[in-house]
Design a protein around this ligand. Structure first.
Ligand code: E4P
Length: 216
């Protein structure tokens, strides 16, 4: 499973890259707004750092506007993946962009039928929002399984990108189901490293090592 970090905070991306486990980045308008920075600056810095896929989202909701934004975003670098919403216009743009060879990430997916539409339109990635479904008392992970099954049935190449991840169990569940990608908030990515037995074990090893003659 590929790991993307779901953030627009450049320092978080730099740190995650330094760990050697990061495959790409997803952003959205809310994540950019949270940085309090200009999108142009954030985008330039992220694209200078990250060689893997970087999802940048369109904010125009009409087809022509979306296409104009998408072309401008795609021109910023070969790693740009254009994120479009799962609306009629978004799916239309997805089809047009994929026909042009521009990679797309169809976002705000909450049903397997929506995911089927995205795959038929040639989406590179489909982003089902697991956490937001959990928030309304549904089981978001069921959707990941359903989409994987539907895509397998027809051999669709669209990759399932588990999004709206809230905690490490979501990451494990996505991996067990075989999601192609999981986009993980920085805090959750950090949590994946943690285990109290690792800390306790390391502490003991270091104490014991200090007892070995000749070791300081
Ligand atoms: C996906 O690409 C989105 O940026 C993100 O995962 C949304 O997550 P949220 O529900 O925590 O806002």
């Amino acid at each position: 499973m590929k790991f993307f970090v779901d953030t627009a905070v450049v320092d978080e991306i730099r740190t995650a890259l330094s760990w050697g486990i990061l495959d790409g980045v997803t952003t959205n308008p809310t994540l950019v707004a949270k940085t309090g920075r200009r999108f142009e600056d954030v985008k330039r810095e992220i694209l200078a750092l990250v060689k893997g896929p970087v999802s940048l989202e369109v904010t125009k909701m009409d087809f022509a506007g979306m296409m104009e934004q998408a072309h401008a975003l795609a021109a910023e670098g070969p790693q740009v993946v254009v994120k479009v919403p799962l609306t009629k216009e978004g799916i239309q743009a997805c089809k047009a962009l994929s026909d042009e060879g521009i990679r797309t990430n169809v976002t705000l997916c909450f049903s397997a039928n929506q995911a089927l539409l995205a795959a038929k339109a040639g989406a590179t990635y489909i982003s089902p929002f697991v956490g937001r479904l959990d928030d309304i008392s549904e089981d978001g992970m069921l959707l990941i399984g359903d989409i994987l099954q539907v895509y397998r049935n027809y051999g669709f190449q669209t990759q399932v990108l588990a999004a709206s991840i809230r905690h490490p169990v979501h990451v494990l569940q996505a991996a067990k189901l075989g999601a192609h990608v999981c986009t993980v908030p920085f805090k959750v990515l950090e949590q994946l490293f943690n285990h109290p037995l690792t800390d306790r074990g390391n502490e003991q090893f270091l104490k014991d090592w200090a007892k070995v003659p000749g070791q300081a």
